[in-house]
Design a binder for this molecule. Structure first.
Ligand SMILES: Nc1nc2c(ncn2[C@@H]2O[C@H](COP(=O)(O)OP(=O)(O)OP(=O)(O)O)[C@@H](O)[C@H]2O)c(=O)[nH]1
Ligand SMILES: [Mg+2]
Length: 709
């Protein structure tokens, strides 16, 4: 296997909406370069990328897949990504290690929802962008509209490098505005003939060429001078200017493609070779400690892991980018995230499911190894005795949370182990356990993401699961004061129990005055684990209850507050004043007073106008302006209070306060309301009283649950 030096390695990531042709283009790039003898098709389940069983089943990409092609002495590492937004956990690490993004647009559909969503992620990475308008052979292909939409969505940096002479079934000629030549493809595609630009296209080609020259010149003073002097730039000068424009993200060159007919991929690869930056030319990587790391072949060996795959036979496969120096087979490196020394037992490059052994990899290159002991995605490995750690990968927060349970309870442990494994492969699967509701929660990017998780669990780990809506963490409190007394008496022979507690409870709030009409002997303030306060007063006079029993009374009160009287939800913000009681010289003990305290509190609570509180979330819902009305109506139907609307570009951002109970699967509804264009973020804001009719319903359903439990 040939080893390329860092100057001749280009790393690209293929991005774009679902079905725009990324996997087909990757296949064509390998075929055009002669790395495969036959071009597979996604429908035939025989492409190099999309090699997983699940991808064959779905007919589209589920995982990001690394492949490579070699074009004119350059190695181009390609990372093909899934276009479905739920699978963004695959796209983001690829974005992180690629140097140039190739954003594919589908000529019949233009800029799609998926394109906008991936563009939002891309914008966080400041990477140079090449735009490929693919599927120009499609009967509904419309190059000009697609380019116009790209300008509207991505700005004036969108720069036409080529345009098709015809589109649809007859598509076979491309005018190249840098080389000012026309490429003519045979039906089978592949290497085109070069012909002069026909007279009929001359005027348009000249005008677009002029725009391109100016775009190139504007990035460099010397070039600008040359342009003013000569009124023209030669090809090398244009390449130089375009490269600078790409690095500054002021130029997104647009290429023409039909990946399916193998038309245009060679020219695209040539441009990637000659103009797209090599890893060496990219800005230094930011380190976790704020420092930077240059990508240099002479630097110390530093690897950054961006993908973990678990395969039945090979076990853990780790893919990484060499961020500096070089790595060889058998080398020991230290994982800066775990401190573990890892031996690079095997070293290989990847082409889909193929692993091709190599002896070494140099700075800028992408490769893999297996069976690392304690290394996960987004870890940094470096030479012993040094310390370097790259910034972690920012994975998106879950958009959907569900309870996950094994269909067969006996498999719960197996399920947990399987989920820990799957999380290593997919960090956007987030496990959490709600101590309060005792539920295992799974966070995911959407319904599709959950259904793929279910597939993996059943096919790879032989565990069937069920998802359900998480319980809402309600809270209970009181709106007025109430008093109660409770006598616990059990004196039926043997050791008896006796305890009588008189207490008063009141709603607690900050800075409230000490209780009047009682002499305070003791006061304890407790921040409750589930939020809010309990303030407990010992106002016993005359020793009617021995001080040693106060902690038991408190224990009883706290136990009842943990599972409140209304719906079993934690109670909060209450003060309890124990002001009287009775003891029995023999039968009074801790348990008696715990029970008396608990029951007296329960009784007082019921008479204190108890109130259920529900969690309110602060939402920011980002929707296209034309769909705001529907989204607003839907939000109002979810008991939301709209706090305001801001505009951000072509979107409106609605700020709303919405009960969590109204948000189960909201991301799914929002997507269907907005054809996938709407996104939202939520965070816990505060607890607020539940409307009385809902309170009644919740109390009744809790009672029913207790009866059936
Ligand atoms: N007509 C036409 N069809 C194409 C072209 N490129 C891809 N297709 C078809 O479009 C469909 C989707 O192609 P893929 O390569 O799977 O698209 P993708 O972008 O990888 O899709 P995801 O993996 O879901 O993100 C397949 O049926 C391809 O055969 C093209 O240039 N012209
Ligand atoms: Mg694909």
């Amino acid at each position: 296997m040939k080893v390329f030096d860092a100057k001749h390695i280009k790393n690209i990531v293929l991005l774009g909406s679902h079905g725009c042709g990324k996997t087909t283009l990757a296949e064509t790039m390998l075929f055009e370069a002669g790395l495969i003898q036959r071009r597979g098709r996604v429908e035939d389940k025989n492409t190099v990328s999309d090699h997983h069983e699940l991808e064959h089943e779905r007919g589209s990409s589920v995982y990001s897949t690394v492949l490579h092609t070699e074009w004119r002495n350059y190695k181009i590492n390609i990372i093909d990504t899934p276009g479905l937004d739920d699978l963004v956990g695959e796209t983001i690490p690829a974005l992180r290690v690629a140097d140039t993004c190739v954003l594919l647009l589908s000529a019949p559909h233009g800029v799609e929802v998926g394109t906008d969503l991936v563009w939002d992620h891309l914008a966080h990475y400041d990477r140079p962008v090449i735009i490929g308008v693919n599927q120009l052979d499609h009967p509904n292909a419309d190059f000009d509209t697609t380019v116009a939409q790209a300008r509207e969505h991505f700005g004036s940096a969108v720069t036409v490098m080529q345009y098709p002479v015809e589109q649809g079934d007859g598509f076979h000629r491309i005018i190249d505005l840098l080389k000012m030549t026309m490429y003519v493809f045979k039906d089978a595609g592949g290497k085109p003939e070069k012909e002069a630009i026909p007279e009929s296209e001359r005027e348009r080609a000249e005008a677009l060429h002029k725009e391109l020259v100016e775009k190139a010149a504007e990035n460099d003073e010397t070039l600008m001078e040359h342009y003013f002097e000569k009124g023209e730039l030669d090809e090398d000068e244009m390449r130089q200017g375009l490269k600078q424009g790409m690095m500054k993200r002021s130029c997104f060159p647009v290429f023409c493609l039909s990946a399916l007919r193998n038309m245009g991929s060679g020219r695209l690869m040539g441009f990637i070779d000659n103009v797209a930056p090599a890893a060496l030319e990219m800005p230094a990587e930011e380190l976790a400690d704020g420092g930077t790391l240059e990508c240099s072949a002479d630097g110390p060996p530093v690897l950054f892991t961006f993908k973990t795959m678990i395969e039945p036979r090979a076990g853990h496969i780790t893919l990484f980018k060499v961020m500096s120096g070089e790595v060889g087979e058998g080398q020991d490196l230290v994982n800066d995230n775990t401190g573990t020394t890892e031996r690079i037992n095997q070293l290989f490059i990847v082409d889909g499911k193929e692993r091709r052994p190599v002896k070494k990899l140099v700075a800028g290159d992408i490769g893999g190894t297996i069976k690392l002991k304690d290394t996960a995605t987004a870890h940094t490995l470096h030479a012993p005795g040094t310390s370097v750690k790259l910034r972690p990968i920012a994975f998106p927060e879950p958009r959907l949370r569900q309870v996950i349970k094994a269909a067969d309870q006996k498999q719960e442990e197996k399920l947990h182990a399987a989920l820990l494994e799957i999380q290593k492969e997919d960090p956007t699967i987030v496990l959490s356990y709600s101590r309060e509701t005792g539920q295992q929660l799974i966070g995911a990017q959407g319904d599709l993401h959950l259904s793929l998780l279910k597939w993996k669990l059943s096919h790879h780990y032989k565990v069937d699961v069920e998802f359900s809506a998480p319980r809402i963490p309600y809270r209970e409190t009181i709106r007025k004061g109430a008093a109660a007394m409770y006598r616990h008496k059990k004196q039926t022979g043997g050791s008896g129990q006796f305890g009588e507690v008189h207490l008063r409870i009141e709603p607690w709030h900050e800075d409230m005055p000490e209780p009047s009409g009682h002499s305070v002997r003791g006061k304890e303030e407790h921040d409750l684990p589930t939020g809010g306060k309990l303030v407990f007063y010992n106002c016993i006079v005359g020793g009617v209850i021995d001080n040693k029993f106060m902690p038991s009374i408190l224990k009883g009160v706290m136990e009842k507050m943990e599972h409140g009287p209304l719906t079993g939800s934690p109670a909060r913000d209450i003060r309890v004043i124990v002001h009287d009681g009775k003891m029995h010289p023999v039968d009074s003990n801790d348990i008696s007073f715990k029970i008396a305290g608990l029951q007296a509190f329960r009784e007082a609570f019921t008479n204190a106008d108890p109130q259920l509180l529900e969690p309110i979330q602060e939402l920011e819902v980002r929707v296209p302006a034309d769909l705001m009305g529907d989204v607003m109506t839907d939000l109002q139907g979810r008991r939301s209070i709209v706090m305001g609307v801001d505009s951000s570009g072509r979107y409106q951002v609605i700020k709303a306060h919405t009960p969590l109970a109204e948000l189960d699967r909201y991301s799914t509804s929002l997507r269907s309301l907005t054809q996938g264009r709407g996104t939202y973020t939520e965070r816990f804001l505060a607890y607020q009283p539940v409307p009385s009719d809902l309170q009644h319903r919740l109390i009744n359903s809790h009672k029913e649950e207790e009866v059936t439990a």
